[in-house]
Ligand binder design. Structure first.
Ligand code: NAD
Length: 311
């Protein structure tokens, strides 16, 4: 049974994952390479908990209890010594993950589950060098991890059944909607769906069919509005499979078939225009408005989550 959790890496994903476990009542050790990074992560957790309190999702007492359950540390051995579940959220560099796993296998309790938050590596690749593959699993959270309900779970054939069962249970206990994949495919499900949609969105932009704002509006006010409650396969059933057969037969040949990142994205990256993190991406951002935008996004996500829960 899970009693203590360790989260390795306190960046964009790690701090949100630590917050989730702490709010669900688990003592959490949050590890990173430098104190400064950990303090930044703690400040982000405090802000996020404050927003949840403001929106009436948690009480002030829940907030302070959660904060008390989080221990910050730059000592990896100490971070994982008592952990029953270790979630890694270090950068997406395979050598880095392999090196970390080797150390975790040395420091962690033999029965501890090691869960990776990788967004692209298959579980087969992740465990290539593992000495104890039976305890490895992928729990792929979505950004912001503390707010988006989905967690994709990917197992290997060597992953112990008990590890799979305990992980699914744990994700439910921390309030997530886990989906266990039947196969280990690159990008899992969500990023494949997202990439398919983005390829077409950037193709329409490149072709001058509409501006970025208009394409985003179509998504937010149309497809996305519907997709929070009805999935694509249900959509086909609701619309009629005969209709969708015609739609797909007519449209599939028209859709972009590129096998590399859209040129618009590649060009911006070449110029150092990386989006909100550099101030300019497809849109231009004021420095102050990025924080405001993220705050407003999180507020909307919390309200949507409440709405979905109330059904
Ligand atoms: N950002 C996203 O939207 C997102 C979504 C889902 C999954 N992921 C995956 O989550 C993982 C983390 O991504 P992120 O966006 O949080 O990255 P990030 O760069 O924001 O954070 C990574 C953290 O790990 C720390 N770190 C670096 N090397 C380390 C080491 N050897 N040991 C321990 N900590 C180390 C860094 O100091 C940093 O704080 C990646 O595998 C990424 O692919 C990211």
């Amino acid at each position: 049974m899970t009693k203590h959790v360790a989260v390795i890496g306190s960046g964009v994903m790690g701090h949100g994952i630590a917050q989730l476990y702490a709010l669900a009542g688990f003592p959490v050790s949050l590890y990173d390479l430098q104190e400064e990074l950990l303090h930044k992560a703690k400040a982000s957790i405090e802000q996020s908990l404050a927003l949840l309190e403001q929106e009436g999702v948690i009480t002030g007492q829940d907030k302070s209890n959660a904060l008390e359950r989080i221990t910050l540390t730059t000592d990896l051995q100490q971070a994982v010594a008592d952990a029953d579940v270790i979630t890694e959220a270090v950068p997406e560099v395979i050598e880095l993950k392999w090196q970390l796993f080797a150390t975790l296998e040395q420091y962690a309790k033999p029965e501890a589950i090691i869960a990776s938050n990788t967004s692209t590596f298959s579980i087969a690749r992740l465990i290539e060098k593992a000495q104890s593959p039976h305890r490895f699993i992928i729990t792929h959270f979505f950004n912001p991890a503390q707010l988006v309900p989905l967690v994709e779970i990917v197992r290997h054939e060597k992953t112990a059944e008990e590890v799979v069962r305990a992980t699914v249970e744990l994700m439910k206990r921390i309030g997530k909607a886990p989906v266990l994949l039947k196969k280990d495919v690159p990008g899992f499900i969500a990023n494949r769906l997202q990439a398919a949609l983005m390829r077409e969105a950037f193709h329409l932009l490149a072709e001058g069919v509409a501006d970025a704002e208009e394409i985003d509006t179509v998504m937010k006010e149309g497809i996305g509005f519907r997709w929070a409650f009805v999935g694509p396969i249900e959509t086909a059933d609701f619309g009629g499979l005969d209709t969708w057969k015609r739609v797909m037969d007519n449209l599939a040949p028209e859709l972009d078939q590129s096998t590399t990142a859209p040129a618009i994205i590649a060009e911006r990256v070449e110029k150092g225009e990386l989006g909100t993190k550099s101030g300019t991406g497809i849109y231009a951002y004021e420095r102050t408005s990025v924080a405001e935008k993220l705050h407003a996004r999180d507020e909307q996500f919390i309200r949507l989550a409440k709405l979905k829960k109330s059904r």
